[in-house]
Ligand binder design. Structure first.
Ligand code: HEC
Length: 108
């Protein structure tokens, strides 16, 4: 019984060690795509805008920034990550932006 459990353990090991980076919620990526965020953003890579994991890291433990970021994404803004400017995303809708910002801030 013990040996069997051990074999199972080794069988699972490679798939676990290869499963990096951590997976992302496909429904959220879909919403981000529909909201046209992905033309400038990626979860892991910096494009025109900062990688969303970097955004999460920067604001970790600061829940009060959520509303500020929602407003910034909605209206557009710059000056935090470099010289580029994020244009307004009003067509995405404030509710979708709130859902996305909340999700971005919880990314590991
Ligand atoms: C036209 C390109 C573009 C699009 C489209 C875009 N962004 Fe951005 N985004 C940027 C840039 C550039 C920055 C960095 C702005 C700065 O330095 O203050 C940024 C910054 C951000 C930040 C961090 C803001 C801060 O002050 O730290 C968040 C969160 C964000 N974007 C989310 C979104 C979401 C969600 C969407 C889709 C609704 C979106 N972005 C669409 C270019 C874009």
């Amino acid at each position: 019984m013990k040996a069997k459990a051990l074999t199972l353990c080794f069988a699972l090991l490679p798939s676990i060690t290869l499963a990096a980076p951590p997976s992302v919620d496909p429904a959220m990526l879909e919403l981000a795509d529909q909201s046209r965020c992905l033309t400038c953003h990626d979860v892991d890579e910096t494009l025109r805008g900062p990688a969303w994991r970097d955004v999460a890291k920067r604001y970790r433990g600061q829940p009060e920034v959520e509303e500020i970021l929602v407003k910034k994404v909605y209206e557009g803004g710059g000056g935090v990550w470099g010289n580029d400017y994020m244009s307004a995303n009003k067509r995405a809708g404030i509710d979708n932006i709130r859902i996305l910002v909340r999700w971005i801030l919880t990314l590991p």
